[in-house]
Design a protein around this ligand. Structure first.
Ligand SMILES: Cc1cc2nc3c(=O)[nH]c(=O)nc-3n(C[C@H](O)[C@H](O)[C@H](O)COP(=O)(O)O)c2cc1C
Ligand code: SF4
Length: 403
């Protein structure tokens, strides 16, 4: 029986028509474990089985690319052709079998996207495309997509959604945060177009609406399509919370089933250091008091959606969550339905089970050092896969002491 202190965190909630067994979500985490061509490997299946057994209610996979030129890093999973369905089916099937084995009924959504101009040294080496002729953090200029190419790109997302459904995933998440292609359309910092895809909020939202239209045509309305979006770009001239709430309203009206609220574009980190390029660059979260660093954005969005009683989609909060008490209080007091974690679950995929079996409710062991991120940014394809590099170091040190 679940302790009554835990009851709301470990109570079910729906996303679309799909029931999620508890409110803890594993946020999308690039794995660097697919083959060079983007096919699923046994190592990938293994880490997802660990998550399935670790007690999380919903796992969102790392970003899989909808078109080959959308790869921003090495060894990313792909979903741009039917050839990928077989491997992805094995991943989803193994996940479901593993969660059944422990009686948790955890669900798995595939995150998908395209990087556009936001590319590292290890990504696509050909021409870059974006909403506008913007420069990447590695000083490459993207070519703006023509209107007919934008419509075609939305079709790639639709095809990929259909493949994810065929492969047995419980839903998909569009990667619309952190400056990737979808952000490049709705962010005022990144979109400089003056046609029907630029300028007004409605025009900048249109790419997402095209993707939804294309996807719904193929998968219908019972298959959850959710999106990760920025509540702020955290850069001067970028998306701010108020505008983000307006976009959230448009996306919800258009039929998105849930929004995960994040923040940051890589440009915002450019001025810090190369290592802190991605959104996960919020270091020393404990020391700097940055726990739940996207909470205010998520609350604004929740409030904006609540004004229209015809909208009823759950909100997922991500970023700097590491204490059970904080998650419990957010879920009990703000109306935000889900809390999502990335780095804590790299280190401890079974953290949800630890908390379910509490008290005590220990803080996540992850210290947000970002060595896991540095490893793949520096080593590219030579990275052995995303893992807690800090823990590896600690274990090596312990062994040396014991010798
Ligand atoms: C190693 C690593 C890989 C990530 N990969 C993705 C990704 O594929 N898609 C995505 O939306 N966010 C990705 N993120 C961002 C996380 O999902 C999350 O938004 C961010 O790390 C903040 O959450 P946390 O404080 O719980 O780590 C990644 C973060 C890390 C550290
Ligand atoms: S290396 Fe480990 S401790 Fe450091 S941020 Fe990554 S998961 Fe957390």
């Amino acid at each position: 029986m679940i302790n009554k202190d835990l009851s709301l965190v470990f109570s079910p909630e729906k996303i679309g028509n799909v029931e999620i067994s508890n409110r803890l979500v594993r946020s999308a985490t690039y794995e660097c474990m697919a083959t060079e061509e983007g096919h699923i490997t046994d190592n990938l299946i293994k880490i997802y089985k660990e998550l399935a057994m670790g007690g999380v209610g919903l796992t969102i996979t790392g970003h899989a690319v909808v078109r080959e030129d959308g790869k921003n890093l090495a060894k990313m999973s792909c979903i741009h052709s039917d050839d990928y369905i077989e491997g992805l089916s094995r991943l989803a099937g193994n996940y479901h079998d593993a969660t059944k084995e422990v009686g948790n009924d955890s669900k798995i959504f595939l995150q998908m996207g395209h990087c556009g101009v936001q590319i590292s040294h290890w990504g696509w080496t050909g021409e870059l495309v974006s909403s506008s002729p913007t420069e990447s953090v590695i000083q490459k200029i993207a070519r703006p997509l023509k209107i007919e190419e934008i419509i075609e790109m939305a079709e790639y997302y639709g095809e990929a959604t259909n493949r994810a459904k065929k492969a047995g995933f419980d839903g998909v998440q569009l990667h619309g945060a952190h400056g990737f292609l979808i952000t490049q359309f709705y962010s005022p910092y990144m979109n400089h177009r003056d046609d029907i895809y630029g300028g007004s909020i409605e025009n900048r939202a249109k790419f997402v609406l095209d993707i939804l239209k294309s996807s719904r045509k193929k998968v219908g309305y019972n298959f959850p399509i959710i999106m990760k979006m920025n509540g702020s770009d955290k850069i001067k001239g970028g998306l701010e919370a108020e505008e983000a709430a307006k976009f959230a309203y448009i996306f919800a009206k258009a039929g998105i089933n849930s929004l995960e609220i994040s923040s940051y574009i890589w440009e915002a980190g450019r001025r810090e250091s190369l290592i802190s390029l991605p959104p996960e660059a919020q270091r020393n979260i404990r020391q700097r008091g940055l726990e739940a660093f996207n909470l205010e954005f998520a609350k604004k969005i929740k409030e904006a959606l609540e004004k229209d009683s015809s909208i009823n989609i759950p909100i997922i909060l991500v970023g700097g969550l590491y204490r059970f008490e904080t998650i419990k209080s957010i879920i009990e007091t703000t109306g935000i339905e889900f809390c999502s974690m990335c780095r804590p679950l790299i280190r401890q995929p079974d953290l949800p089970n630890t908390w379910r079996n509490g008290p005590p409710f220990p803080e996540a062991e992850c210290i947000h050092c970002n060595l896991c991120t540095k490893d793949f940014l520096v080593k590219g394809p030579k990275c052995k896969g995303v893992r807690c590099v800090k823990k590896e170091k600690e274990e090596r040190k312990k062994k040396r002491r014991n010798v």
